[in-house]
Structure formats: C-alpha cells, structure tokens
Design a protein around this ligand. Structure first.
Ligand code: AMP
Length: 400
C-alpha cells in the first residue's frame, strides 16, 4: 500500500518522501486505517517495524486538519533515548506544518531543561513525548491542562512494565480525559493483555510477532561489492546443497537479469514475476515443485503465502527494504518443522536495510567475506540511524 491511499495532503506526503519511505510497512498497513477511524489499538510490533511512524502519521494528519492549541497527544515511552528517537520522527514528519509543536520530556537533565519543559507544557505544546516518571513530576506541579487531549500512545509498553512503570502509568491515566488510546508492545505477555483490558475500549488487536522467522532457519550473509554479486551467486549455487533453491531479487528487471545469466550458464532455472498471468504462475510453480526446474528466480511476489515444501536454500540476491519482506522470503524454507538455509548477499548500499532486519529479529546474522576467487569484500559498517533513508536537514525544535 502506498501512503497516497491514506494521506492526501502534500505536506505530509513530502515529509514521508524525504524519509525515503515508499510503501507502508506491514504494521503501518494494519494500524493506520484503524487509527484514522478513531479506534483504540493493541499492537504487538518490534522496534524497527515502522511502528513509530504508524502512530505519528495519523496524529499529525488529525492535528493538521483540525488545528487547535493545547496538548492533543501524549506519547509515553520507557527511556530518554526512545523519547528522542520518537521526537526526531515527529520533527521530520511534521516538518512542513509550522503550527504543530512538540517536546520530549525526560528526566536526568539540568534545571534549564526542566524549565523549558515546564514552559512548553504550560503553553499547551501539541505533542508530548515523555517518560512516565518525569511526566508525573510535571503533573504534580499543576500546570498541565489535558482538556484538548485526543490521543494517548503507550510505546514499548512491555518494556515499561518490566522497568516497573505500571503504577506511574496508571497514575498518569487517572488525570487524562477520555481519548483514543494506542498501546504498542514488542511482546504480548499476560500483563500487557491485563493492561489493555483496563485502558482500551473495544481495541483492534494486531499481533505481528507471528512474523518472526522460525528458529529452524539458519541464516548467513556474504559481504560483496555489486560488481561481484553475480559471481558470488554462482559460487553459492555451486557450493551449497539443495534440492530446490529460490533466488529473490528486489525488482523485475533484476530478476530478469539474474534469470538470463543463470540460464546462459546452464543452470536449471525458471523465473516468475508479477507480469505473469495466473496460468503462467501456476505452471511455473508446478515445474518448480516437481523439480523440472530446481532454481526459481522471483521478486517479492512469491515471498508470501506460497507453500512449496523442501526448498532448502533461499538466496537474497538483493536485500529487501522492508523487514517483513525478508521474514516472508526466508519463511519459504524450513517449513513444516524442517531446517533450511537463507543466504543474503549484502552490498554496502544495503547495509542499513540489513541492520534494520537484524534489529527487528533481535539477532546478528553471521557474515562472511567473499571467497578469494571472487574478489575483495567491503567492511560491514554500522550505518547511523540518522543517515538511513532520509535526507539530512536541520529540524526546527519548537516550543523550547
Ligand atoms: P520503529 O522503531 O518500529 O519505529 O522503526 C523505525 C525504522 O523503520 C526507522 O529506521 C524508519 O526509518 C523505518 N521506517 C518506518 N516506516 C518506514 C517505511 N514505510 N518504509 C521504510 N522504512 C520505514
């Protein structure tokens, strides 16, 4: 789904574009329409899945369409670092809306910051991102007016409960008027369900944890320069065992090229992409299932829902930008309790995608240099979050 289907104002679309987001992530696709319909939400979604933008975008849309002064949204999260990350996304996504104001409120800083926070809160800053303890300290001093409050978000709720914030959260809630409440948690233990029952009204429940890759899938990666990728693909196909392998590419053009090169080199290969009609698709999958062809080159088209047994090897020739596409792709192997291997060929421009994938899975995938005959390998560098996906620019910090 593309953002234009849900958002029509060019100001928000331009901000989304400058972050480099092309399509909604899975969590965004699942929660944004319900948030826009004013529903309460209980969403189970990991860091890195795009959940922050999933709630910020509808909040910005609502504020921009019906602007008033005053506190309209309170976002409560466990730590100062997360506060700052959320604030950074608000700064970017609300960039073209001059009037929308926001602030992050967390403890452990100096008196000056406390006074700045106090001033913004007393003036009625629109969006407050806060850790529970510091928010309560301000609330105790009596200058916060929640009359205009429309949204309450609890982000990383499971972590907040683990950190012992339950009492603080409940205390904050007693001061809030009725509003739309959005509860996001990386996991869904019993205590989150209990909290949800207490604070949500007829919530829409979305659990993306099922999308985590199975433990039976062994994952590894090679670091490679783009010019050597094809040679590396041949190497992988020649040196790993499989009865059937799927090679995933990110575009139709790339899938076409890979297919052509493999075919020229006499691999037993077939390809599928979105330009195939239903009959062609069925026939292609039949040939692959019956092992008439043992290597299938595909775009993401095939990554979801197609149950082909005994695919022992998945190769990500290109790393998908969306975390869930990676999970779905590698989920084509290790089905029905069997084991399987997923090998990703990562070039430097894809490092940031892969880092997001690892963060989402909460797992580090073992990475290898290319074998000598293929050539040098790039060094795997951590790409700083602020450099990922969007143009750097100076954000205005408002109301401080
Ligand atoms: P989260 O911690 O779940 O909010 O995920 C944040 C990461 O997801 C950041 O790296 C964002 O830039 C990225 N992200 C959010 N929405 C999208 C999108 N629609 N497409 C690509 N990346 C996104």
């Amino acid at each position: 789904m593309i953002f234009r289907e849900l958002f029509s104002d060019n100001k928000i679309l331009e901000a989304i574009e400058s972050f480099g987001y092309e399509e909604l992530t899975e969590i965004q696709e699942k929660v944004i329409p319900s948030i826009l319909e004013s529903k309460d939400i209980l969403a189970c979604s990991k860091t890195g899945s795009g959940k922050t933008a999933a709630y910020i975008l509808p909040i910005i849309k609502s504020l921009s369409e019906n602007f008033t002064d005053g506190i309209r949204a309170v976002i409560i999260c466990p730590t100062r670092e997360i506060c700052l990350q959320i604030e950074e996304q608000i700064a970017g996504l609300a960039y073209y809306y001059e009037k929308i104001s926001y602030i992050s409120i967390y403890g452990g800083n100096d008196q000056d910051s406390f006074v700045k926070q106090k001033n913004a809160l007393s003036k009625g800053v629109n969006i407050v991102v806060a850790t529970p303890g510091r928010l309560l300290s301000h609330m105790a001093l009596g200058y916060i007016n929640y009359e205009k409050l429309q949204f309450l978000v609890l982000d990383e709720a499971d972590e907040m409960l683990d950190m012992g914030f339950y009492e603080d959260i409940m205390k904050v809630l007693t001061y809030l008027p009725s509003r739309q409440t959005l509860l996001f948690s990386a996991t869904m233990p019993q205590k989150i369900k209990v909290l949800a029952e207490k604070i949500l009204k007829e919530p829409i429940i979305i659990d993306l944890n099922k999308s985590k890759p199975a433990d039976e899938i062994n994952q590894l990666a090679y670091l490679v320069y783009p010019d050597n990728k094809l040679k590396l693909l041949f190497y992988v196909l020649n040196n790993y065992q499989y009865k059937r392998a799927i090679v995933f590419a990110s575009t139709k053009t790339s899938a076409g090229n890979i297919y052509k090169k493999l075919k020229e080199s006499k691999y037993n290969v077939i390809a599928i992409d979105s330009s195939y009609n239903q009959l062609q698709r069925i026939e292609t999958i039949r040939k692959f299932k019956t092992r008439e062809n043992i290597i299938l080159v595909s775009t993401n088209l095939l990554s979801r829902g197609v149950d082909i047994e005994d695919v022992e090897l998945i190769i990500n020739y290109e790393i998908p930008e969306k975390v869930e596409d990676y999970v779905h792709r590698i989920g084509r192997t290790a089905r029905a309790g069997k084991t399987g291997l997923a090998i990703s060929l990562i070039q430097p421009s894809e490092f940031s995608y892969f880092q997001r994938i690892e963060k989402f899975m909460n797992k580090t995938v073992e990475k290898f240099s290319c074998p000598e005959e293929i050539g040098n390998s790039p060094v795997y560098e951590i790409v700083r979050k602020s450099k990922q996906n969007y143009k750097r620019r100076s954000f205005k910090r408002k109301n401080q």
